[in-house]
Design a protein around this ligand. Structure first.
Ligand code: FAD
Length: 386
């Protein structure tokens, strides 16, 4: 092990041949959490990540919902101010619907430091973390890696695919893969403190965000301005849609945008948890498993919860020396509990014109419409309990 600077965790280098109990591919939140839990249970875990640093590029806004903040110990210094107010806008931004919760509903994390803190936690638990190391395939039960010291092979009893929405591990283990994807992009910048309470602004306009939403999260410290939608439905591309939205987005300070802007983006699986996410050789967690709310596209809470289930299953399999517990790692059962959200996702996907979006607001402005929106936006349905 070598220690690589004050802000980075201790990092292990991958040699030409290795063995380990568990190889975790991908050090996003899902992989970091699964690896840490397994190492805490005393297992030998190698976590490989293709990026050389965990602080860039970042592929999430970092909005954590109340249920996650209640159930997981996230480092407080990485969390922005609580958000209780949500404003929903139709195309044209006229007559928005404002919803205010009596509780703190969301907090936006400073994701770079949060990933680094999680990596320190993993290494402290005993995880061997190899950055700049890409999983490139699997041959004769051996996982092939390409790292700073060249190619290497790893024999692992189990492989965990935490390698995101377009998982290579899923393909190599013959597990299900995501086909129903949105793509999102956002700009993030610092803002001066204003008089407005921290607010999450959402615009339902299929010309900007076909099949999903455009958003501004302004928590008084940072603004996140983003759009997401079905890639084949952007008339002039995702980047242009983001530019158009940023030019007239609601909820931003009059001071305008600073010169320094961070750009984020990536695919978001919204087809629901995949059915086949485990086999005798390993399993999938996080986006690789499709563990994202099909309606809200929130994946941070689901990825933490599914990684917890995965770690329990793998711990039992390693302790008993038999892969039988992996048979209980059943995506179909979890998926069944997302049925309502999958139906609502299909409904949102049908909102194809600004006129349809405006009509949806007629419903949203009624008391039952507002109550339904509150249940979805301020509810506890981020991920079903196993
Ligand atoms: C623009 C955008 C905004 C979002 N905002 C929110 C939000 O505010 N709140 C929310 O709840 N959800 C949000 N989501 C969804 C959420 O970010 C994801 O569901 C969640 O981060 C998934 O975590 P993960 O660890 O499964 O995947 P990832 O964070 O994608 O991590 C996968 C990791 O695997 C690595 N990797 C991939 N392939 C390989 C390989 N071959 N070898 C080695 N490493 C590999 C990648 O580099 C990456 O680090 C957003 C998504 C997008 C795209």
């Amino acid at each position: 092990m070598t220690r690589t600077g004050r802000t980075g965790p201790a990092v292990g280098r991958v040699g030409p041949e290795l063995t380990t109990e568990v190889l975790v591919v991908g050090a996003g939140l899902a992989g970091l959490h699964a690896a840490t839990l397994l190492a805490r249970q005393g297992h030998d875990v190698l976590l490989v990540e293709r990026r050389a640093t965990l602080t860039a590029p970042i592929r999430t806004t970092g909005i954590f919902v109340r249920r996650t903040l209640d159930d997981f110990a996230l480092p407080a210094e990485c969390l922005g101010p609580p958000i209780r107010r949500m404003v929903l806008y139709p195309p044209g931004l006229r007559r928005p619907v404002s919803l205010v919760s009596t509780r703190d509903e969301y907090r936006v994390a400073d994701m770079g430091p949060l990933y680094v803190a999680a990596a320190h936690g993993a290494v402290d638990a005993g995880v061997r973390l190899a950055l700049g190391t890409r999983y490139v395939g699997r041959r004769d039960g051996c996982s092939l890696l390409a790292g700073p010291d060249g190619p290497a092979g790893v024999r692992a009893r189990y492989v965990v695919g935490a390698d995101g929405a377009r998982s290579r591990v899923a393909r190599d283990l013959g597990l299900d893969r995501n086909h129903h994807l949105l793509v999102g992009a956002e700009e993030v910048f610092e803002i001066p403190a204003g008089d407005e309470p921290p607010t999450f602004h959402c615009v339902l306009d299929p010309s900007l965000a076909p099949g999903y939403l455009a958003w501004v999260v302004n928590d008084g410290r940072h603004a996140h301005v983003g759009v997401a939608g079905y890639p084949d439905r952007y008339r002039d591309g995702l980047r242009r849609a983001l530019q158009r939205f940023a030019a007239s987005a609601p909820g931003l300070p009059v001071t305008g945008r600073p010169d320094e802007i961070e750009r984020r983006g990536g695919p978001i699986p919204v087809g629901g948890v995949l059915r086949r996410i485990g086999c005798p050789d390993g399993l999938l967690v996080g986006d690789a498993a499709g563990a994202v709310s099909p309606l809200t596209a929130g994946g941070l809470d689901p990825c933490l919860r599914l990684s917890g289930i995965a770690a329990t299953v793998l711990d039992e399999a390693l302790r008993t020396g038999r892969p039988d517990p992996l048979a209980h790692y059943d995506g179909a059962a979890l998926r069944a509990r997302f049925r309502g959200r999958l139906t609502l996702r299909r409904a949102l996907a049908q909102v194809r014109t600004p006129a349809a979006a405006s009509a949806a607001f007629t419903l949203l402005r009624t008391p039952p419409g507002r109550a339904a929106a509150r249940r979805i936006l301020f509810g506890d349905g981020s991920f079903p309990a196993p």
